[in-house]
Write a protein that binds this ligand. Structure first.
Ligand SMILES: Cc1cc2nc3c(=O)[nH]c(=O)nc-3n(C[C@H](O)[C@H](O)[C@H](O)COP(=O)(O)OP(=O)(O)OC[C@H]3O[C@@H](n4cnc5c(N)ncnc54)[C@H](O)[C@@H]3O)c2cc1C
Length: 821
C-alpha cells in the first residue's frame, strides 16, 4: 500500500478532481466506459472514470473490433446479444459516430466433425433464442464470401447479428453518454494505489490526488493485474499477443456489391473481414505467446508489439490458401497487440474476492461483443445488489485462487487461445493445468483403472477401464458405452462405489448456528441425526444453492453442495454471517469420501460399521458419525442414484484406507467402482436435477420444482417475501420434465432445442443413455402447454431431428421403493 494522500479537491489538467465519488472506475477502455455509462443509467450520477492516458489507450484502440453474439454459454450469448443491440442506441444517445458495419458473419467448416459441430451449435443457438442464426450450404457461403475458395467446405453458419465498428468511436460514445448523465472522466491521471478505509470505502490514490470512493471498479484491461494487486487481489488473467494484418486494396473486393461478412474458417483457425477495399485477417495460432504476465508496463503507450510473422506463418499460409486474392494483395499493415485472457476466455465481472466494495470488469478478451453486457451486469450488481441475469459464467467466483497461479494460468490460457476455433467434444478431456488437485484415494483409484475428468481443478473419475482402453473424442455415443453400462448394472444389481470428494462441504457450528441456517436456507431444518434437501435463495427469491443440510448432533451442521460453487457460496454465506455466534468452515480440502449404492450397500456397510445399520435403526435420510473400518466417518443414508445408498465422509488422509476397506469388505457382494458417467445415467433414470444443469441462478424454486422443499411459512428466511409473492402468481411458463428420445447412436448432452413442428418449445438440460431402462433419456424445460406426459415432440441431436416423448418422472423405480428399502 502506498502513502495516504487526502486532498479535498485537486486540480487535474484544468478540471477539478472530485474528492468523493459513489464509484471510481479505473480505466477508460471500451469496458470501463460501458460500466460508467450503465452506472449512470441506473441513476448513479456521482461517478468518475480515471484514465492513465487517453480513452482506448490499452487493447481497445487497435482492436479488429468485430462482434458476434455466438457463445457456448447461453448467459454469455445473451450478454453479447445485449451488447450488439445497444450499439445503435448508444450512437443515437451520444451523438458520436461509431462506424457500425452490420455485415453479418459466416463460420465455415470443411471436415465432417466440424460440420457436425456447427450443426449442433446451430441447434444450441435456437434453444437460446438466437433464431436469426441459419445453416448455410457451400453455395450460399460462396455467394456471401466470393473471395473464399470453398473447395472442401461442407457447410456453415450465418448470423446476421455480427459486424464490426470503430473502437475509438464506440468507446467515446459510451463516455459521452455517461458524461451527459453527470459522470466525470479524467484523463492522463494514473491510479497509483488503492487503500481501503475503516468504513470500507476506498482511497483512490492517483498521480493528481486522492478521491474517496464508496466503490472502485477495476477495468484496467492490460494493467488489471497490477490494479488488482493494489487492492490485495491476485487476478487469474494474463495478456497474450494477437496478430492481424490489413491488406492493400483487392480488386475483387472493389467490385463487390455489398460488404463481405466476417468470415471464420474453423479449418484454418483464421478470421477475416473487409477493411476499406482490402481485408483484415487474423489468426489464432497453436503456439501463442504470453506478454508481460504481471501486466503491461506502466509506460506502455498506444504502441504495437513488433510482429512475429514467422511464428504465425503456417496459419497465415492456410489463410492465404483459402483466399487467393488476399495472398496476391500486399500487406499494408501488421498489428500485433495484447489482449487479456482468463483460463476459460470469459471475463472477470463482479465483486473482487475477499475485499469489500471492489469490483471487477476485466480479463475481457472480446470487448466489442461483451462490453455492453458487462457494463450492465456490473452496474446492476453495484446499484441493485444483484445482476438480473445468471452471471456465474463471468463471475470471478467460478475460479478458485488456484487459477491465479502463473503456471496454471499460462497453461490454461495458452490452451484456450490455441483452441479458439477448435471444437470440443462432449467426451473430450483437455490437459492444461492438470492434474492439480487429487482426492485422498486418487492413486488407489488410478490403480483400479480410473479415467479422469476435472471438476474445479479436482480430478474426478469418469469411468474405470482396462489399461489398453482408449476413447476417441466424439459427438456420437462414447466407446466407453459398454464400460459405463456395466458400472450401472452393478450399481442396480449389487453395489457401486463412487468417489464423492468432488462435492463441497461446509461445517456450521456455534451457539447461533441453527438460527443462522434457518435464515439462510429456505427449507425446514432437519431434526438431530437427519438430513434434508434445502434450497438457498437470494434476496430476490432466485436460487443461489441446492444443498443437503445435515444435522449431526444439533451442534454441528453440514451443508453439502456443488464443488465448483465453493467460492461463490462462501462469498454469499460470509456476507450473511453475524459478527459472532456462527463459525463457518470450508471442509472440502480436508474431507473426502465415497458414496456406496445398490441393493448390497447395506450389507457392505454392515461388514465395516461397528454400530447397527439395519433398516429401522438407520433410516432413509438419517445421518450419524460412526466407525467404518478404521475411519471415523460422517455417514448419511442417501444417494442420487435412486438406490439404497450411503455417503461416507472421512478426512482426506483416511480416504485411501476407507477405499481399501470397502474393496476388501465388498468381496462377494459384487462391489464395483463407478465413475461420474455412470452416475449421470443413474440420476437421469431417477430424474434427479443438479446445479448448473436443471438448477441455476436464473431460476426461482418454482420454475424448477425445488419449491417442494421450501417451508414458506416457517420463520423469516432470505427470499421469503419474494417466493411467497411468486406462489400467488400464475404458474411458470416452462416446466422441468423427463423425456425419452428415439436416439440412434448419440444421446442428448444438454442445450438441444425441442421442437413442435418448427416452433422451439424447450431445451434439454442434461441427457444420457439410461442403461437399466434401455432408453435414451433427458431432462428438459418445456413450455407448459407441451409438457404433459405422452406429448410427442422432436429434438435436435447433432443438428438432426429425433422424435421424443414426455414421460413420467423417474422412469426407474418411480415410487422410490429401492432407496427407502
Ligand atoms: C490485435 C487485437 C485485435 C482484437 N480484435 C478484437 C475483435 O475483433 N473483437 C473484440 O471483441 N475484441 C478484440 N480485441 C480485444 C479487445 O480489444 C479487448 O477485449 C478490449 O479492448 C478490452 O477493453 P478493456 O476496456 O477491458 O481494456 P483496455 O482497452 O486495455 O483498457 C484499459 C484502460 O485502463 C487504463 N488503465 C490501466 N491502468 C490504469 C490505472 N492504474 N489508472 C488509470 N487508468 C488505467 C489503460 O490506460 C486503458 O486505457 C482485440 C485486441 C487486439 C489487441
Amino acid at each position: 500500500m502506498g502513502t495516504s494522500n487526502t486532498h479535498a479537491t485537486t486540480i487535474c489538467h484544468g478540471v477539478l478532481m472530485k474528492s468523493h465519488a459513489q464509484v471510481a472506475v479505473i480505466g477508460g477502455g471500451i469496458v470501463g466506459c460501458s460500466v460508467l455509462y450503465h452506472l449512470t443509467r441506473l441513476g448513479y450520477r456521482d461517478v468518475i472514470l480515471i484514465e492513465r492516458s487517453e480513452l482506448t489507450a490499452g487493447s481497445t484502440w487497435h482492436a479488429a473490433a468485430g462482434f458476434h453474439s455466438i457463445n457456448s454459454d447461453p448467459n454469455v450469448a445473451m450478454l453479447q446479444d445485449y451488447t450488439i443491440k445497444l450499439y445503435r442506441q448508444i450512437e443515437a444517445e451520444s451523438g458520436r459516430a461509431i462506424g457500425l458495419h452490420m455485415t453479418g458473419g459466416v463460420t465455415m467448416a470443411g471436415t465432417v466433425e466440424r460440420w457436425e459441430w456447427l450443426k449442433a451449435s446451430w441447434a444450441l443457438f435456437q434453444s437460446m433464442g438466437l433464431t436469426q442464426i441459419q445453416l448455410l450450404t457451400p453455395a450460399q457461403i460462396e455467394a456471401l464470401c466470393p473471395i473464399a475458395d470453398i473447395r472442401g467446405i461442407l457447410g456453415g453458419l450465418y448470423d446476421p447479428n455480427e459486424g464490426h465498428l470503430d473502437p475509438y468511436g464506440a468507446t467515446h460514445a459510451f463516455a459521452t453518454a455517461a458524461k451527459e448523465h453527470g459522470a466525470e472522466v479524467m484523463l492522463r491521471n494514473r491510479v497509483i494505489n488503492l487503500q481501503q478505509r475503516a468504513d470500507a470505502t476506498w482511497s483512490v490514490v492517483t498521480e493528481q490526488g486522492t478521491c474517496v470512493a464508496q466503490h472502485v471498479v477495476n477495468s484496467a484491461g492490460l494493467w488489471a493485474k497490477q490494479v488488482g494487486l493494489m487492492a490485495g487481489v491476485d487476478l487469474p488473467l494474463v495478456p497474450m499477443e494477437h496478430h492481424y494484418l490489413i491488406t492493400e486494396p483487392i480488386p475483387e473486393i472493389a467490385n463487390l456489391s455489398r460488404e463481405l461478412p466476417i468470415i471464420v474458417d474453423l479449418d484454418r483457425s483464421s478470421y477475416l473481414r473487409q477493411e476499406g477495399q482490402g481485408v483484415l485477417m487474423g489468426t489464432y495460432e497453436p503456439n501463442p505467446r504470453h506478454w508481460n504476465i504481471e501486466g503491461a508496463p506502466w509506460d506502455f503507450g498506444m504502441e504495437l508489439i513488433p510482429e512475429d510473422v514467422e511464428r504465425i506463418a503456417p496459419e497465415l499460409a492456410m489463410g492465404f490458401a483459402r483466399y487467393p486474392s488476399v495472398q496476391r494483395a500486399g500487406v499494408k499493415r501488421w498489428v500485433n497487440g495484447a489482449i487479456s485472457f482468463t483460463p476459460d476466455g470469459n471475463p472477470l465481472v463482479g465483486p473482487a474476492p475477499g475485499v469489500r466494495n471492489c469490483w471487477l470488469a476485466c480479463g475481457v478478451m472480446a470487448g466489442f461483443s461483451q462490453a455492453g453486457g458487462i457494463g450492465r451486469t456490473l452496474a446492476e450488481w453495484i446499484v441493485q445488489g444483484e445482476p438480473r441475469v445468471d452471471a456465474f459464467g463471468v463471475d470471478i467466483a467460478r475460479f478458485g485462487s488456484f487459477a491465479a497461479n502463473r503456471n496454471y494460468l499460462k497453461a490454461t490460457t495458452a490452451q484456450f487461445y490455441s483452441r479458439r476455433f477448435v471444437l470440443s467434444y462432449p467426451n473430450e478431456q483437455l490437459p492444461a493445468g492438470r492434474p492439480l488437485r487429487r482426492s485422498g484415494a486418487h492413486d488407489a483409484l488410478n490403480r483400479s483403472g480410473a479415467r479422469w475428468g476435472v471438476n474445479w481443478g479436482l480430478e474426478v473419475p469418469l469411468y474405470f477401464a482396462p489399461t489398453d482402453f482408449t476413447e476417441t473424442p466424439s459427438h456420437r455415443r462414447s466407446e466407453a458405452h459398454n464400460i459405463v453400462a456395466r458400472e450401472c448394472q452393478f450399481s442396480r444389481e449389487a453395489v457401486g462405489c463412487l468417489d464423492i470428494s468432488g462435492f463441497s462441504r461446509y461445517a456450521i457450528t456455534g451457539p447461533a448456528a441453527r438460527r443462522w441456517l434457518d435464515k439462510v436456507l429456505a427449507a425446514k431444518l432437519p431434526n438431530r441425526g437427519a438430513a434434508r434437501l434445502a434450497p438457498m435463495l437470494s434476496h430476490s427469491g432466485r436460487l443461489i444453492g441446492d444443498f443437503t443440510v445435515f444435522n449431526w448432533d444439533d451442534e454441528t451442521w453440514w451443508l453439502m453442495g456443488s464443488y465448483h460453487l465453493r467460492c461463490w457460496h462462501l462469498r454469499w454465506m460470509r456476507e450473511l454471517l453475524p459478527p459472532e455466534g456462527v463459525n463457518l468452515v470450508d471442509l472440502a480440502d480436508t474431507v473426502g469420501g465415497f458414496s456406496i449404492f445398490g441393493p448390497n450397500a447395506r450389507a457392505l456397510l454392515a461388514r465395516l460399521a461397528i454400530s447397527d445399520v439395519s433398516k429401522d435403526t438407520f433410516e432413509f435420510f438419517s445421518c450419524r458419525v460412526m466407525d467404518v473400518g478404521m475411519t471415523q466417518a460422517h455417514v448419511a443414508r442417501l444417494s442420487i442414484t435412486g438406490e439404497l445408498g450411503y455417503e461416507l465422509n472421512v478426512p482426506v488422509t483416511e480416504q485411501a484406507t476407507l477405499y481399501e476397506s470397502l474393496v476388501d469388505a465388498g468381496r462377494g457382494l459384487g462391489l464395483t467402482q463407478v465413475g461420474y458417467n455412470a452416475a449421470l445415467s443413474l440420476r437421469m433414470e431417477k430424474s434427479v436435477g443438479i446445479w448448473g444443469r436443471e438448477f441455476t441462478w436464473a431460476q426461482t424454486p418454482r420454475m424448477c420444482g425445488l419449491d417442494r422443499f421450501i417451508a414458506y411459512d416457517k420463520g423469516p428466511f432470505i427470499g421469503q417475501k419474494a417466493v411467497r409473492l411468486e406462489r400467488e402468481t400464475a404458474a411458470p411458463r416452462r416446466s422441468l420434465v423427463t423425456i425419452e428420445i428415439d436416439a440412434i447412436d448419440a444421446d442428448a448432452v444438454g442445450g438441444e432445442p425441442i421442437w413442435r413442428a418448427d416452433q422451439c418449445v424447450g431445451y434439454v438440460t442434461s441427457g444420457a443413455y439410461g442403461y437399466t431402462v434401455s432408453r435414451s433419456l433427458a431432462m428438459a424445460y418445456l413450455d407448459a402447454d407441451w409438457a404433459m406426459v405422452g406429448q410427442r415432440l422432436e429434438l435436435s441431436i447433432i443438428g438432426e431431428r429425433r422424435s421424443c416423448n414426455v414421460i413420467a418422472p423417474s422412469p426407474f423405480d418411480p415410487r422410490g421403493a429401492r432407496m427407502r428399502n
